[in-house]
Design a protein around this ligand. Structure first.
Ligand code: NDP
Length: 461
């Protein structure tokens, strides 16, 4: 028993974990099975971590680390507000990148004593992807939480962008330099570490406008790819499988999001600034405010209504009253649809999650391509805290930072109600000509209050 080899048992547990990950991910594809899928994947992760802990010389360290990580994760997930989940996801991606960055760094000293070319290549690549993911994700966190704003022409930002380009050639240069000067590797290696971290900042800093969703999915994919490389480095099967799953699914999501923005990934990453602070100074005319009573009179006579939710619905937590309004409209004889833009809110699928939480039937959800051709038949489009995703500048103003992004063309409906608190712009920082259109009425106020007022009007019937 003393010489018992745990490796086989460990590999069987790893295989089981991988099966649980794959089953869990598959179940996440459907709203009805998503919760179970999440639990199954988490069980797979607990198994994988526990099996890995067997190898650790002092099991107490492993148990404390698992408990600490588990408690911190549980507290964060209970405390975090729905509207802050995108920032949390950005941080999670970043910590994934940091973990792989540190793993690869820790392997460097072993390698110097026992030179193996493949291992060197793996260390340098893992450090690069992990490091860029780490610092890039911190910048993404800053941008999503409104702490970081970058303008075209910022000197400091341009320096960071140059460092990103420098970091792209740093990988082959470092490999060559290390192979020549391995005895005095420290200077080259630490310079490489610094360039990678600063390059990651320059990677995300210039990205703005409506392009952030694509970058966040890409960083998510990078964190998986870095983990897969770390798995190769440590010869750890479950890390390779889990990393590849995250890497591949993140990449698929990146391509889907880029398509939704009508851009290519390369175009988003390398075609300069889409300033997040730009706004049109053009005089757009006057807005026409409306109150809940008058809005109700129009809605009561409508036979088809399109509801378009956006980030503001998440902020107001208005999804439940929105569902109630939808049901009242249907009871009143109207056909109701929900127009869902793929980048509405602050994370992929944000609106789907909120509406599912409020028990809105998935059959009522329509995508821009499906609803735009028939927009003229809707009597009313109710825009609830959405802004960029219904901004006609994207189709009408070639100079706009969001030009080319597909939108839900609510301005073509017979009447548009826009529910928001002020005239301020959305995430892309762009003025919205929709607010000034002849057929638009602004229902100012918190989205939940405004919808509740409409619901009360219907109930007073
Ligand atoms: P926007 O960010 O364009 O606009 C949201 C609007 O909601 C604001 O104009 C705000 O106006 C309003 N609002 C905020 N709070 C409330 C409230 N309590 N009640 C009523 N209105 C409120 O949101 P969209 O969903 O239209 O577009 C998403 C944007 O975010 C896109 O640019 C997208 O690219 C970007 N993004 C998306 C990600 C994703 O994965 N989905 C990730 C990162 C960025 P006011 O303050 O006047 O109330």
């Amino acid at each position: 028993m003393e010489n018992f080899d745990f490796t086989n048992i460990q590999n069987i547990i790893y295989m089981l974990s991988a099966m649980l990950f794959i089953t869990g991910i598959k179940m996440l594809g459907k709203e009805s099975t998503a919760q179970k899928g999440n639990f199954i994947s988490a069980t797979g992760m607990l198994l994988a971590v526990s099996a890995t802990a067997i190898n650790i010389v002092n099991p107490l360290i492993a148990i404390v680390a698992i408990l600490l990580g588990g408690i911190i994760g549980a507290v964060i997930s209970v405390k975090v507000k729905m509207t802050s989940i995108p920032e949390m996801v950005a941080l999670f991606n970043g910590f994934g990148g940091l973990a792989t960055f540190l793993i690869a760094w820790s392997q460097m000293n072993n390698l110097v004593n026992d030179i193996a070319i493949l291992q060197f290549v793996l260390v340098v690549i893992t450090i690069y992807i992990g490091g860029v993911t780490f610092s890039g994700s911190l910048v993404a966190f800053g941008k999503l939480s409104g702490r970081i704003n970058v303008n075209k022409g910022d000197v400091l930002a341009n320096i960071f962008v140059s460092l990103f380009y420098l970091s792209l050639i740093a990988v082959p240069v470092t490999l060559i330099a290390l192979s020549i000067y391995i005895e005095t590797y420290q200077l080259i290696f630490y310079t490489f570490l610094a360039i990678v971290i600063l390059g990651g900042i320059g990677f995300v800093l210039p990205i703005g406008g409506g392009d952030m969703p694509v970058v966040i999915s890409l960083l998510n994919s990078f964190s998986g790819i870095a983990a897969a490389f770390a798995g190769l480095l440590l010869v750890n099967n479950v890390l390779i499988v889990a990393g590849s799953l995250v890497g591949a699914s993140g990449l698929i999501l990146t391509i889907i999001m880029a398509k939704a923005m009508n851009r290519t990934v390369g175009n988003i990453l390398f075609v300069g600034y889409a300033s997040s602070n730009s706004s049109s100074s053009k005089d757009e005319g006057e807005v026409k405010p409306i109150n809940a009573e008058d809005a109700y009179l129009i809605l009561e006579n409508s036979s088809s209504v399109l509801i378009v939710p956006g980030y503001g619905m998440a902020v107001a937590q208005a999804q439940h009253v929105v569902r109630e309004l939808g049901e009242l409209l249907e009871e009143n004889g109207a056909e109701v649809k929900y127009g869902i833009h793929p980048v509405a809110g602050r994370m992929p699928g944000h609106m789907n999650v909120l509406l599912a939480e409020a028990n809105v039937s998935y059959d009522l959800l329509v995508e821009p391509d499906d609803v735009n051709p028939t927009m003229e038949v809707f009597d009313v489009a109710i825009v609830i805290g959405a802004n960029d995703v219904v901004n006609p500048s994207a189709t009408e103003e070639p100079g706009s930072p969001i030009y080319g992004m597909p939108i839900i063309e609510v301005h073509k409906a017979k009447t548009v109600f826009v529910l928001k608190r002020s005239m301020s712009s959305g995430f892309a920082g762009v003025q919205n000509p929709l607010f000034f259109k002849e057929n638009t009425r602004m229902l100012f106020g918190d989205a939940k209050d405004s919808i509740s007022n409409l619901v009360s009007e219907f109930k007073e019937l």
